[in-house]
Ligand binder design. Structure first.
Ligand SMILES: Nc1ncnc2c1ncn2[C@@H]1O[C@H](COP(=O)(O)OP(=O)(O)OP(=O)(O)O)[C@@H](O)[C@H]1O
Ligand SMILES: [Mg+2]
Length: 253
C-alpha cells in the first residue's frame, strides 16, 4: 500500500503533468454488441496506489478492465493513461504503452513451462528480456524453482503468481488484475494478496477487481463500489470498510 493517503483531489483538473492520474476513466459507457454495461463510469488510479473495485456479480467490474485494456471500445467518455487518450487502442499497443492485464480466468498457458510462459509475456519487448526475467525469478523464488515445470502443475495460488509475473515482463506501471483470489482457499488467497502488495512495491499501480471485498480493500489505498455499471460509492479503503451502507449491501454485513 502506498503511503499517500490523499484521495479526494482531482489532480487532472490542474493540468499539471506532475500530478496527473496514471489512469482515468471519465464518464465511460461501454458494453457488448448493443448491450450497455458501463453507464457513466468514472474512476482514477494514481501512481503507486492499489485501488480495489468491488460489486456484485454482473456489475461490470471485468468490463471496466476490458475497456481499459482495449478489448472493448468506450462508447462514450474517455480512458486516459498519463493524460493520453487510449480509448479504442488495441490491447497489443496498450501493453507496449505500459499497462498489464491479468484476466479473471485462463491467465497462463497450462501446457507451457513457467519459463515459456514468462517469455511469451515478453514477446512485445525489443530488448532486455533476459534481465527482466532473471529479476522476476529473483523476486518470485517459487517460479525460479519450477522453471521447466508445466504451468498446469502449479497450485492455484502459484498460477496466479505466474500470471502476475507474466504481465510484469513488460514492466508496466499499471497492472489490471481481475479477481486474484477467485477459487482459492483463504490462506492461499492471503498469500496471493501479499504478492499483489509485492508487485505494488515494484512501482506498479494496481487496479484490482475482487469479490473478496474485505481482503481486497484490506490491502488497498482506495476503492470503488460498482453496481449495474455505475460507481455507487468510492473513497479510502478504510472508509468503505467502515461505511454501514456499503457493509450491508456489498460486504455481507
Ligand atoms: N462477452 C460478453 N458478451 C455479452 N455480455 C457480456 C459479456 N461479458 C459479460 N457480459 C455481461 O456484462 C455484464 C457485466 O459483466 P462483467 O463480467 O463485467 O461483470 P463482473 O462484475 O465482472 O461480474 P463477476 O463478479 O461475475 O465476474 C453482465 O450482465 C454480463 O452478462
Ligand atoms: Mg468479473
Amino acid at each position: 500500500m502506498s503511503t499517500n493517503e490523499s484521495t479526494t483531489d482531482d489532480a487532472t483538473t490542474t493540468g499539471d503533468p506532475a500530478t496527473e492520474h496514471v489512469l482515468e476513466l471519465d464518464s465511460v459507457d461501454s458494453g457488448y454488441g448493443d448491450v450497455q454495461v458501463l453507464d457513466d463510469c468514472s474512476m482514477y488510479l494514481d501512481p503507486g496506489e492499489i485501488v480495489c473495485l468491488i460489486g456484485p456479480n454482473g456489475a461490470g467490474k471485468s468490463t471496466v478492465l476490458k475497456t481499459v485494456f482495449g478489448m472493448l471500445d468506450p462508447w462514450e467518455g474517455t480512458v486516459t493513461y498519463h493524460g493520453d487518450n487510449i480509448g479504442g487502442m488495441a490491447p497489443e499497443d496498450i501493453v507496449r504503452e505500459g499497462i498489464g492485464y491479468v484476466p479473471q480466468t485462463d491467465n497462463v498457458f497450462g501446457s507451457l513451462s513457467i519459463d515459456e510462459n514468462l517469455r511469451m509475456g515478453g514477446v512485445a519487448r525489443r530488448s532486455g528480456l533476459e534481465d527482466v526475467i532473471n529479476d522476476l525469478y529473483e523476486r518470485f523464488p517459487l517460479l525460479d524453482e519450477k522453471r521447466t515445470a508445466k504451468a498446469r502443475t502449479l497450485s492455484g495460488g502459484q498460477r496466479q503468481v505466474l500470471a502476475f509475473a507474466r504481465a510484469l515482463v513488460m514492466e508496466p506501471d499499471v497492472l489490471l488484475i481481475d479477481e486474484p483470489s477467485a477459487g482459492l482457499a483463504p490462506n492461499t488467497a492471503q498469500e496471493v494478496f501479499e504478492h499483489v502488495e509485492a508487485v505494488n512495491e515494484m512501482d506498479t499501480a494496481i487496479l484490482m477487481v475482487e469479490q473478496n471485498a474485505k481482503q481486497g480493500l484490506g490491502i488497498s489505498d482506495r476503492g470503488y463500489v460498482l453496481d449495474q455499471g455505475t460507481v455507487r460509492f468510492d473513497g479510502d479503503a478504510d472508509s468503505l470498510l467502515d461505511n454501514d451502507e456499503v457493509s450491508q449491501l456489498y460486504l455481507g454485513g
